[in-house]
Write a protein that binds this ligand. Sequence first.
Ligand code: NAD
Length: 480
Amino acid sequence: MTMAFGNRIGAEWRAGVGTRPNINPSDTTDVVGVFAQGTAADVADAVAAARAAFPGWSHSGPMDRHGILMRAAAEVTARAEELATLLAREEGKTLTEARGEVGRAAHILAFFAAEAVRLTGETGPSIRPGVTVEVTREPVGVIGIITPWNFPIAIPAWKIAPALAYGNCVVFKPADLVPACAWALVDILVRAGLPEGVLNLVMGPGRSVGQAIVTARGIDAVTFTGSVATGRGIAAACVAGQPMRKVQLEMGGKNPLLVLDDADLDVAVRAALDGAFFQTGQRCTASSRLIVTEGIHDRFVATLTEAMEGLTVGHALDPSTRVGPVADAAQLAIDLAYIDKGRTEGARLVAGGELLNRPTPGHYLSPALFTEATNAMAIAREEIFGPVACVIRVRDYDEGLATANDTDFGLSAGICTTSLKHATHFRRNAEAGMVMVNLPTAGVDPHVPFGGRKGSSHGPREQGSHAREFYTTVKTGYVG
Ligand code: NAD
């Protein structure tokens, strides 16, 4: 019988009440591993272990925390090829894309290792003579971490690393679909020297394990990445809880890429191809709305569809594959339903959108491009989270900017232009947390803030030094 990978609670790896097989979307006969399914009782034990560990960990020396995170970064780097293969098998992104993600996880661990020793405070005079004011940051406490399936190692790393660096303890639940990289990361961090109870892992469904984390007494803050609907419920539960919890939400996107008549056509097509279809379009920052001015529209569509023909869809581990499979059958059904909807709404499917047969059974879909879309259509308003993009024709820059901003989301926005005036105006006026000029809307650096506006994000930014806003709480001391 296959041994299941257990949950990490306190000092032990513990079996769950059941198990769940982790299925490879490139080959559904390949079981990547069998993983424990936890319960609300496991969450309660994990929270108790984290609470017990907090006094020691929150007063641990910064160099101790630095050392642990650096050792973890070194192991992730040393095992990069093995971890990238595991990632590509469980999520379906290509091996090249998976290598990039694993490298990013290592960078994040190393970045926050340094942040642990970089945390400083401020002092200054009080308005009262003879009194000094000191502003310091302290860890928040026990952090609940809930992550989605599309970045199985990078998103866990960018939440767990700052939580630990700033002295917090963690109860972590990864997405059900991708527990393998999450388990490997926790194992690496534990062996790097974390005291027992500092980092706990409880795998299982969102509605039971996730909900238990959000509502458990003893959780001080929740950081979540996932869909808007889940995020909204989590925020409400965090505020309703006793005590109220700090909450950080990173959610969906419907990111515009505005292509102007004066754009370099090759730059624009490369940005659209990467932004819309790489990583199978399963990125919160994907360019799913391509907003194109009249003068370049037809050339842009012709060149993009030609470039799409060169995108080989296949098994994530096949070196010739450029686009891996959709992550699971449920997401594939959503993608196909939106492709149908796009047609019904009157958009024109000019490329892709077909189920593909490959030597192994998997969720293969050719990247789909719609033209003649309007910004009112469901395919332009709702996040699909698959390799499906639509082209919206606009008259000029002003209509393009208004269309780009006419969305419930605000994560990333891009423009392709050779005009400094328009690039500058767009950077200032795009209603998004991240703005890209002559670059895909997806693809961000790990050392600077990540996050959005409107329905895409809620609470402080993630990553870079800005991460401390969520993972620490400020104390103002007065000394007479
Ligand atoms: P999801 O909302 O279905 O699930 C996310 C996580 O929440 C999973 O671990 C899930 O088990 C858990 N969960 C589900 N219901 C819960 C509940 N009631 N209480 C607590 N936890 C619960 O999202 P997904 O399908 O895993 O991921 C795709 C979504 O993530 C997309 O909308 C995408 O845009 C978004 N995403 C956003 C970012 C970002 O940084 N903005 C990054 C990656 C993905």
